[in-house]
Design a protein around this ligand. Structure first.
Ligand code: NAD
Length: 354
């Protein structure tokens, strides 16, 4: 069988943590191009995970002009997701674009339209959909184990953990937003996946940019995606609280890249009338139920798949047969729509009806 030739555009953190290593060890994949505007990064990724034929280049247009390349990973900052993804689709490539789909819902829709008009696959990096624990939670909910799921609460809060202060993550015109679009997107997507993508009715939120707004005053012990760029800006929220009404459960959320409480609270609670589940983000879950008039508490054991490998392997496989799978843009748009409504509500200080 011929190997699928892929290009990785953007050779930063996620390319090194997931796309490079997962493609690199996939026997059915050949990394044909590593692309980054900083050539050393492209060379480093190609050297670590490619082979002697892998090209390290700075212009993605060269990679997508190669007719032998069929699949592309887009791993660049958020403001480049839509333009680069659409260029790739228009060049006839299948694309896996990292999360969030785009800076906002309108851009995400334009990406879907590009996939449709070119009859190509567009998946988004909603990697939790490939987590073993998340799929077990989904199965339990769909199997009726929880009864009627009436509420879902999620917390994505950390202590003094603003990323790359002054860089792309904290600059609204490059990121689209702060902790909601960066971390919250994973939580909302996972919830929508598990409860079946209910239609949104209203959204309400308040968002705050308190701790990082005066860049030099922000105190931290370490900074992911750093170091800080004091010549840059922080005009996105580091804290958000919100509520979404749907035609299914209500969803509430609290998210903080940074807060003045030294605790990391990353979890999702699904409340049903028969049972509840607390899922620790990226880890296992606990099922709280009753049996024969007794309270039960179950912590299951199972083998955890490597979700990034599964996500990227599923991408190349579905691209080969032009088939839509669970990470297709179609089922991801709802999360972009929810985030737009939460941001609009926070900006206008009122509840948004859809
Ligand atoms: N799935 C996940 O859990 C996960 C985790 C981290 C990041 N991400 C997402 O991945 C994306 C990248 O994040 P990151 O942390 O890797 O950022 P990063 O800054 O470490 O890497 C981005 C890279 O893109 C390069 N780049 C910028 N413009 C380019 C262009 N025009 N052509 C080619 N390369 C270009 C930069 O030089 C940089 O090396 C973001 O959208 C982020 O939200 C997803």
């Amino acid at each position: 069988m011929n190997k699928t030739k892929v290009a990785i555009i953007g050779c930063g953190t996620i390319a090194n943590a997931a796309h490079g290593p997962s493609y690199g060890r996939n026997p059915n994949v050949e990394i044909a191009y590593c692309v980054d505007i900083i050539l050393e990064r492209a060379v480093a990724l190609a050297t670590a995970y490619g082979d002697e034929t892998t090209k390290a280049i700075i212009d993605y247009r060269e990679a997508i002009a190669d007719p032998t390349v069929t699949c592309v990973s887009v791993c660049v900052p958020n403001y480049l997701h839509a333009p680069i993804t659409i260029d790739c689709l228009d060049a006839g490539k299948n694309v896996l674009c990292e999360k969030p789909a785009a800076m906002n819902y309108a851009e995400a829709v334009s990406m879907k339209e590009a996939a449709d008009r070119n009859n190509r696959i567009l998946n988004i990096g909603v990697v939790n959909r490939f987590s073993t624990a998340v799929n077990k939670v989904k199965d339990l909910i769909e199997g009726g184990e929880l009864g009627v799921v009436y509420h879902v609460y999620c917390s994505f809060r950390s202590y003094r953990s603003i990323p790359g202060l002054g860089g792309p993550f904290t600059t609204k015109e490059m990121a689209g937003g702060g902790v909601l679009i960066d971390w919250g997107v994973h939580f909302l997507d996972l919830i929508n996946y598990c409860i079946g993508g209910p239609a949104m009715k209203t959204a309400s939120a308040s968002a705050y940019n308190q701790l990082g707004k005066n860049l030099r005053d922000y105190v931290f012990t370490d900074m992911w995606a750093g170091p800080p760029n004091y010549a840059g800006q922080c005009d996105v929220e580091e804290f958000i609280t919100g509520m979404i009404r749907t035609d299914g459960p209500t969803i509430t959320l609290n998210g903080a890249w940074a807060q003045n409480i030294d605790e990391r609270a990353m979890f999702i609670e699904f409340l049903g009338d028969k049972a509840g589940i607390k899922l620790e983000y990226g880890s296992n879950f606990t099922l709280y139920s009753t049996k024969g008039g007794m309270l039960t508490k179950t912590v299951p054991s199972f083998n955890m798949a490597d979700m990034f490998y599964e996500e990227l392997d599923a991408f190349v496989k579905c691209a080969a047969v032009n088939g839509k799978i669970r990470s297709n843009i179609d089922s991801v748009l709802i999360t972009a729509q929810m985030m737009d409504a939460l941001y609009q509500s926070a900006e206008e200080g009122r509840e948004i009806a859809i």
